[in-house]
Design a protein around this ligand. Structure first.
Ligand code: FAS
Ligand code: PHB
Length: 389
């Protein structure tokens, strides 16, 4: 088989890139290790930056998102019994859109199928060959049959546990990592959201986040120990703990119900440099991970897709390699700013095992400063809604 761009990974990065390329007549094949059903069963992000929305519009896949997504012009920040509204549009010209990654990925799968896009599911043993040559190719097996795809370029969109990143030789690849001493226990419930906006809460028992997917589907998180497993938490224990971590008036409004999904995500900050090696380009979680506190994971994958898509367009349409040559530099410049914001917001909102009394006083002072200072709120709003591409 031959294609122009072999895309490894059928998550949001790979699918969005494939759909954008197809709109410009650039051929690609997506190789996905799992099934569509499995990919859509993973509950992940919920907050979309305008940049990602714009890419979905350009890809022709934004109709349902624009119909069903919630427009949020701010968020609630709670600490102790206090809570304040942090306004986005007062400081930026942008809201955020609340629309689950699951639905966005579903829309992309539907669009690829409608367009006759080539997606291979249940692929095994994917390997990238001669990435640092003019003739890269990918081998893999499906249903026990070995396959080969010759291509012009390879997009490594296969997430943190994929094969693409490790294709870059250890002598070339540099990795930067910070592992957080806690995880997030997430619950999805068919209950109305506790508030019209998201609530990020720093309580003396740990972090909590109240989010949503629609008027009758809520997403809640509490900071938990890395030694916890979802089975350690009954629904009742989860709800009781969540109520202890949000202001009393919010807890009184909380509608509880059976969890329809319960999972624990570890938190890490991670960046690989460079994001390009020869004709292999890393995109999304394959190259970087953020703690989800700042809702930057999916949104930074989107800016990678933007840079790579435009670099490939420039190559094929204008025979100009500048965009591809600058891909790693451009993508990493924005990635590191997202890493910084995600680290900062995580430091502000979580309780760390090694925090001293002094550390707690500083954290409280930072929250008070954010609450009382418009410039501090503007800095947070500008980062939260998404820095320019
Ligand atoms: P993904 O990991 O989504 O997709 C990679 C795809 O590649 C997967 O479908 C995988 O099956 C496939 N793959 C892997 N290896 C392969 C191989 N060898 N061959 C073929 N296919 C292969 N972000 C937020 O903003 N907010 C959140 O709340 C949030 N929660 C998260 C919770 C969890 C548990 C995780 C892991 C991430 C979370 N994220 C969150 C981040 C998440 O949304 C990612 O940023 C987003 O999924 C990135 O998309 P992709 O880069 O496409 O990677
Ligand atoms: C979510 O709704 O899953 C969500 C929202 C905001 C975050 C992280 C996750 O910062």
């Amino acid at each position: 088989m031959r294609t122009q761009v072999a895309i490894i990974g059928g998550g949001p990065s790979g699918l969005l890139l494939s759909q954008l390329l197809s709109k410009r007549g650039i051929d690609s094949i997506v190789l996905e290790r799992k099934t569509r059903k499995y990919v859509l069963g993973r509950i992940r992000a919920g907050v979309l930056e305008q940049g990602l929305v714009n890419l979905m519009v350009e890809a022709g896949v934004a109709d349902r998102m624009q119909k069903e997504g919630f427009v949020h012009n701010g968020t609630q920040i709670a600490y102790g019994d206090q809570m304040f509204h942090l306004d986005f549009t007062e400081h930026t010209d942008k809201p955020v859109i609340i629309y689950g990654q699951t639905e966005l990925t579903r829309d992309l799968y539907d669009a690829r199928e409608t367009a006759g896009g080539k997606i291979e599911f249940n692929t095994d043993h994917v390997a990238i060959h001669d990435a640092n040559s003019e003739k890269p190719y990918v081998t893999y097996s499906v249903a026990g049959k070995n396959r080969r795809i010759d291509c012009d370029f390879v997009a490594g969109c296969d997430g943190f546990h994929g094969v693409s990143r490790k294709t870059i030789p250890d002598t070339v690849r540099r990795e930067y990592e910070k592992v957080y001493p806690f995880g997030w226990l997430g619950v999805l419930s068919e209950t109305p959201p506790v508030n019209d906006e998201l609530i990020y809460s720093n309580s003396d028992r740990g972090f909590a986040l109240c989010s949503m997917r629609n008027a009758n589907l809520s997403r809640y998180y509490i900071q938990c120990s890395l030694s916890d497993s979802p089975d350690d938490w009954t629904d009742q224990n989860f709800w009781s703990e969540l109520k202890r971590r949000i202001p009393p008036d919010q807890a009184a409004n909380l509608v509880t119900g059976p969890s329809i999904e319960k999972s624990i995500a570890p938190l890490r900050s991670f960046v690989t440099e460079p994001m390009r090696w020869g004709r292999l380009f890393l995109c999304g979680d394959a190259a970087h991970i953020v703690p989800p506190t700042g809702a930057k994971g999916l949104n930074t994958a989107a800016s990678d897709v933007h840079y790579l898509y435009n670099g490939l367009r420039q190559h094929y349409e204008q025979k100009d390699s500048e965009g591809l040559d600058r891909y790693s530099e451009l993508a990493l410049a924005r990635v590191w700013k997202a890493e910084r914001f995600s680290w900062w917001f995580s430091s502000l909102m979580h309780r760390y095992p090694d925090q001293s009394e002094f550390d707690l006083k500083i954290q409280r002072a930072e929250l008070e400063f954010l609450r009382s200072n418009k410039s501090a709120q503007a800095a947070m709003a500008i980062n939260y809604v998404g820095l320019p591409y």
